[in-house]
Write a protein that binds this ligand. Structure first.
Ligand SMILES: Cc1cc2nc3c(=O)[nH]c(=O)nc-3n(C[C@H](O)[C@H](O)[C@H](O)COP(=O)(O)OP(=O)(O)OC[C@H]3O[C@@H](n4cnc5c(N)ncnc54)[C@H](O)[C@@H]3O)c2cc1C
Length: 327
């Protein structure tokens, strides 16, 4: 078993996703501690040209599995190819992100490799032997557990925004290995893909999120949240209460049964801070809450709190941000 750290490279719209840059940065840092190499698996169709991008973020080797049949994600196809590559090369550690594909692949690949798996890691470290230790939130973010492995291989799914990606170093190169993907038996087929919105910032990758809750009173007032989000270049989020009420699509929901996010800045506007909402955002670096009830539970996790009316504060904040941007 090699000590090498492998990273799943995810792409979207012809670009490498931010989570992959974060994972490669962290993998390089850990590899330096254990004397390991960093390998990336670049999988999809017409993705080969992105291999150098992965090198710029720390991959020493890039395994490119480029095939027409890998154009759209299928659980069977991607699992077969990735598990096959990891097995063949006796990978020590495999890192994925808590993306839709990462979450789907992690347990399946772990089973194929008879490996241990840790999900939703927010911190990662290793010893000189390459044995990993991860920290992950439990009980809806109320506590953190430290977990390690009893052997290799080690499979770890890492929450987006847990690590800061270094700037690309264009002088770095990698060995590119083109592989003939062994797709095996693929029992599912994607027949259509419906894209919800072209220019929407992906919640799980956003640096800033402005979320709205029932304190907004009705769907007609959600513009207060979207205006501020737009001014700040932020993604828009929502509590389940307003999703269930039909004010906004489920795609925007943050929480236990929605998306788990870790932005640098999370603004909760008119959101009470129910445990199920906190489960999805309490690992945000800075939390700002706007609520007219000073006893609202959201203030217990907030770094900054504004006790006040969203109908006054949100337009004032938006105007201020726009004013600052204009200068
Ligand atoms: C199994 C399960 C799973 C769940 N999953 C999720 C999940 O994934 N995500 C999630 O969000 N919830 C989830 N919930 C629901 C959760 O329990 C709460 O009901 C929900 O988060 C409440 O949403 P809210 O904060 O928008 O509404 P409320 O709890 O009604 O809070 C509204 C807040 O707005 C404030 N407010 C009112 N007017 C104003 C104003 N003018 N200005 C400023 N503040 C104002 C109020 O003081 C209040 O604190 C789940 C529940 C269950 C049982």
């Amino acid at each position: 078993m090699s000590k090498d750290i492998w990273v799943l490279a995810e792409t979207k719209d012809g670009k490498v996703r931010k989570i992959t840059h974060e994972l490669l940065t962290k993998a390089s840092e850990l590899a330096a501690k254990s004397g390991a190499g960093v390998s990336a698996i670049l999988i999809g169709h017409n993705v080969a040209s992105l291999a150098q991008d992965l090198a710029h973020y720390g991959a020493n080797k890039v395994y490119v599995a480029d095939h027409e049949s890998l154009n759209t994600y299928t659980t069977d196809g991607y699992t077969n190819v990735i598990a096959g590559l990891l097995k063949e090369n006796q990978a020590g550690t495999f890192l994925t992100g808590t993306t839709a594909n990462g979450k789907d692949l992690t347990p399946r690949v772990a089973v194929r490799l008879e490996a241990g798996a840790i999900s939703d890691a927010t911190e990662l470290d290793c010893d000189a032997e390459g044995k990993m230790t991860a920290v992950r939130p439990i009980y809806a973010g109320k506590a953190f557990e430290k977990v390690t492995f009893s052997g290799f291989p080690q499979i770890i799914e890492v929450r987006s925004n847990s690590f800061i990606a270094k700037d690309a170093d264009e002088s770095k190169t990698a060995e590119i290995i083109n592989v003939t993907p062994n797709l095996g038996e693929v029992r599912t087929k994607v027949t259509a893909t419906k894209v919800s919105s072209g220019d929407k910032i992906e919640l799980t990758e956003a640096d800033i999120i402005v979320s709205g809750g029932r304190g907004l009173k009705g769907p007609e007032n959600l513009y207060l949240v979207s205006d501020l989000a737009k001014a700040m270049g932020a993604a828009q989020g929502a509590s389940r209460a307003i999703v269930d009420a039909g004010w906004i699509d489920y795609d925007y929901q943050v929480g236990q049964t929605g998306k788990v996010v870790s932005p640098n800045l999370y603004l909760a506007c008119g959101i009470s801070g129910a445990i199920q909402h906190l489960a999805g955002m309490s690992s945000s670096k800075i939390i700002v809450a706007i609520n007219k009830d000073a006893d609202a539970p959201i203030f217990k996790v907030a770094d900054y709190g504004i006790v006040g009316d969203v109908f006054q504060i949100l337009p004032a904040l938006t105007a201020e941000v726009n004013k600052t941007k204009a200068h």
